[in-house]
Ligand binder design. Structure first.
Ligand code: FES
Length: 160
């Protein structure tokens, strides 16, 4: 009996500690440099954000983002160079169109557009990078676990 109570408490505690899992796809030029600068300046940002390099935001396909959600990620930040500053000329403009379309799809399938955001940085914009990371974590925390999260992950992840 005591063992059962302990298990229930452990499950409840695990639910109370749910934290969103976020991926930040950062282009290998300005966005990653801004993230790197934030790290080297010891600027704090939530640890539940995993930064993934991509050559350019224009190289991120819809499948990459939908696949992340299907694997249990709760939110995705796509970070590229400032408009006019893409090292592949118009990659970030192409990405913006893709992201807008994917946001529509996320709304249509009940996941919510708020879980996906695109932002643009120069290499020197470390504070802005941190702000946007904190912002998406806060937004997704408010939305709760992704409805696409595999059931094994959802069972142990209560809403905040
Ligand atoms: Fe940064 Fe294209 S290289 S968005």
């Amino acid at each position: 009996m005591i063992q059962t109570d302990r298990e229930e408490i452990a499950i409840a505690a695990a639910g109370a500690r749910w934290e969103p899992r976020i991926i930040a796809f950062c282009c290998n030029y300005c966005a990653y440099a801004a993230a790197d600068l934030a790290g080297s300046k010891r600027m704090q940002y939530p640890a539940n954000v995993r930064v993934i390099h991509t050559p350019c935001t224009g190289k991120i396909e819809m499948e990459h983002i939908l696949d992340a959600f299907e694997k249990g990620i709760d939110g995705v930040l796509v970070a590229g160079c400032l408009e006019g500053g893409c090292h592949f000329l118009e990659g970030n403009l192409r990405a913006r169109k893709h992201i807008d379309r994917i946001r529509e799809i996320l709304d249509e399938i009940g996941v919510g557009a708020g879980r996906l955001k695109m932002v643009n940085f120069s290499a020197a914009m470390a504070p802005s990078f941190v702000e946007h990371v904190e912002d998406i974590v806060k937004t997704v925390r408010g939305l709760g676990p992704s409805p696409l999260k595999p059931s094994t992950q959802t069972e142990s992840a209560g809403k905040p």
